[in-house]
Unconditional design. Structure first.
Length: 95
């Protein structure tokens, strides 16, 4: 491909932080699966990514991952409180 004016045609933009992507993925998957492991992972990955990215690429994804992780943990805790107040998981296992 020809370049004009001495500039290359390849994109030189910044790459998205991998931890921000991991945070968002863990937050989304954890929310659907209501998994106790993925929510805190989304929070940790998001906080580390926000510190690394600052206002650069990936900060929004990291923030979304943190929010989804917090929602996941809150829903999981709420489910455990409801289950404990109803006599455990006997309603779930059919026993």
């Amino acid at each position: 491909m020809a370049s004009y004016g001495g500039h290359s045609t390849a994109s030189t933009g910044s790459r998205t932080n991998g931890l921000a992507i991991a945070s968002l993925c863990c937050g989304i998957i954890g929310l659907f699966l209501l998994n106790i492991v993925l929510g805190p992972l989304a929070i940790v990955f998001g906080v580390v990514a926000r510190r690394q990215a600052g206002v650069r690429s990936g900060a929004g994804m990291a923030k979304a991952g943190i929010v989804l992780g917090v929602v996941d943990v809150v829903l999981w805790v709420l489910l455990m409180v409801i289950a404990a107040s109803n006599g455990g998981f006997s309603w779930y296992v059919g026993g």
